[in-house]
Design a protein around this ligand. Structure first.
Ligand SMILES: NC(=O)c1ccc[n+]([C@@H]2O[C@H](COP(=O)([O-])OP(=O)(O)OC[C@H]3O[C@@H](n4cnc5c(N)ncnc54)[C@H](OP(=O)(O)O)[C@@H]3O)[C@@H](O)[C@H]2O)c1
Length: 521
């Protein structure tokens, strides 16, 4: 069964109408790096092609190696050609963008570099008419964040918000800290130079259309929200499965692990959007207030319960489709005796009226059977089973109906699926599960914009709804802190799983102890 966009409402086939920001300059620190090439420049190009950049717009790239203006432009053009979702680079779009693109070679540690940047910004403001509006983007190693923030302040490059002409904002990439203490310290440093409303902490999941659609789905329809609570929901599952190993990112990943790389940020963001209370208004503060409230209501797992409520694993060699993967410890950049987890599963509970008694199961891993991000909501079973011949589901146990299930798929194909039971034609009063399935691509006929397009645009517009507030980042860290601590002191608790499987058997046991199963994906 399939559901298309309602026929009496014309599906929207062109890009949705976004506002165009006012004149500004974006300064990218780390402009010779991977993120700039892979995501930032293709996103800026896509905004230009969609006519969503201001008429007066300039880009200044800052990094260590000496590329020169022409070298930088050339490199960026190649990056757009390689990574843009829009295909071949159009000269009529690229030329005006490249014209106002400059490069400054400096070490982030040199104070002279910031004085040069100040002069360059003044020139650009003058020449391009960017009116003193400056957006700094930290696409650098996280160890450089604090120093850049401090140096920007010392060089007088940060205008107090709301005073005089022009605005200053800063986007800080993930990871925002590597534990609660370092996140608090980074917040302190950022807020000693910037006001909170000038700081945009990125979690690119929030820029994904389907993640935003969780709120639209919940609060824009009256049929789901009344069922969105402990009376009707049995449990919720969040899955972020990757089918790649640590490939090429071994060194970074070995210092992070699944809990830091995925759970603390993306998965807790998903959790807060799925479980938060309706905000009083659809604005940055109201929404983030509710998200923080929810994160604070998640019960912290005490040290003695970490073993029972969490599972961590590391992949060994295996195959995924046609690909053969070496074990995690054989990946380049990974320590041979590494105890970093490439898989994490958690059982969380939320202490509030809506969710008391409803477990939230989270699982994420690398080198799993397929790439998939999905929120699965399982409803309670009907109170009385009056169908003698209820179809047996192979994994739900004998004589049990497959429960109603709502799945919000975020990657790779964005869709919403609702499963319920129906009687098939025939004499017997039996039930089989059927699925109502809405695919965004088929339904709307348009490719959704990349997350970075939306996030860059919002930062230029001064809308921080889809960025993390400082207290939100800290709250998420405080939730994973006891788990990180307990895991650090218990190397024996690390299990293993073969690449190409769905994770360690201990993760199945985690949910089966509650007489439930992971959703088959
Ligand atoms: N890559 C991704 O897809 C991705 C995705 C999500 C988040 N992120 C985050 O984005 C940030 C950047 O990641 P990345 O992959 O782009 O890293 P990267 O490829 O290593 O790039 C780092 C950039 O910082 C510059 N740099 C480093 N130290 C410097 C110094 N002391 N002085 C001047 N320039 C310096 C480098 O310049 P030179 O090379 O010229 O020295 C380079 O331009 C990280 O925080 C990462 O966690 C990345």
């Amino acid at each position: 069964m399939e559901t298309k966009a309602a026929p009496d409402v014309a599906p929207r086939r062109e890009a949705p109408a976004y506002s165009v920001p006012g004149a500004c300059t974006i300064v990218i620190f780390g402009a010779s790096g991977d993120l700039t090439a892979r995501k930032l420049m293709p996103a800026l190009y896509a905004l230009a092609e969609q006519k969503l950049l201001p008429r007066c717009f300039a880009i200044i790239g800052v990094a260590r190696r000496d590329l020169g203006n022409e070298g930088f432009r050339q490199r960026m053009r190649e990056a757009v050609g390689r990574f843009s979702r829009l295909g071949a680079v159009r000269d009529d779009v690229w030329a005006p963008l490249a014209e106002n693109m400059q490069y400054l070679a400096t070490s982030f540690d040199e104070s002279k570099g910031y004085l040069d940047l100040r002069d360059l910004l003044a020139q650009v403001d003058q020449a391009c008419g960017t009116e003193g509006n400056h957006l700094f983007y930290l696409a650098t190693p996280p160890t450089a964040y604090a120093g850049i923030v401090r140096s920007l302040g010392e060089a007088g490059l940060v205008k107090p918000d709301g005073h005089g002409k022009g605005w200053t904002r800063i986007i800080i990439e993930k990871p925002f800290g590597r534990d609660l203490g370092s996140a608090q310290e980074l917040n302190r440093q950022a807020l000693s130079v910037f006001r909170e409303r000038q700081v945009y902490r990125i979690d690119h999941y929030l820029g994904k259309e389907t993640v935003q659609n969780i709120l639209a789905f919940r609060f824009g329809n009256s049929i789901f929200e009344p069922l969105w609570n402990r009376r009707y929901m049995d449990h919720v599952q969040l899955t972020v499965a990757e089918d790649l190993g640590a490939e090429g990112r071994g060194e970074y990943y070995d210092r992070a692990g699944a809990l830091r790389d995925m759970v603390q940020n993306h998965m807790l963001q998903l959790l807060s959007l799925v479980a938060m209370e309706p905000p009083a208004a659809f604005d940055a503060e109201a929404i983030r207030d509710e998200k923080v409230k929810l994160l604070r209501a998640v019960r912290r797992i005490p040290a003695e319960r970490v073993g029972a409520q969490t599972v961590r694993g590391q992949y060994t060699a295996g195959t995924i489709g046609q690909r053969t993967l070496v074990g995690y410890r054989e990946e380049s950049g990974v320590a041979r005796g590494s105890t970093t987890e490439t898989y994490a599963a958690l059982r969380l509970t939320i202490d509030n009226w809506r969710w008391a008694g409803v477990p939230f199961y989270l699982r994420t891993g690398k080198a799993l059977a397929s790439r998939l991000t999905e929120v699965t909501i399982q409803y309670r079973e009907p109170p009385l089973l009056m169908f003698e011949h209820a179809a047996h589901a192979d994994h739900e146990g004998p004589d049990r109906l497959e429960p109603n299930r709502l799945s919000l798929r975020i990657q790779p194909d964005e869709r919403i699926m609702l499963r319920f039971g129906l009687k098939p034609p025939g004499e017997h009063m039996s039930l089989i599960p059927v699925v109502m399935d809405f695919g965004y691509r088929e339904g709307f006929g348009a490719q959704p914009p990349e997350a970075y397009e939306r996030l860059l645009l919002d930062a230029m517009l001064g809308d921080s709804t889809l960025f993390l507030r400082g207290d939100e980042a800290e709250s998420a860290w405080s939730l994973v802190a006891p788990i990180l601590e307990a895991w650090a002191g218990d190397a024996k608790g690390l299990t293993s799983y073969p690449a190409g499987s769905w994770g360690p058997t201990a993760a199945d046991a985690l949910i089966e102890r509650d007489d439930r199963r992971w959703a088959r994906l």
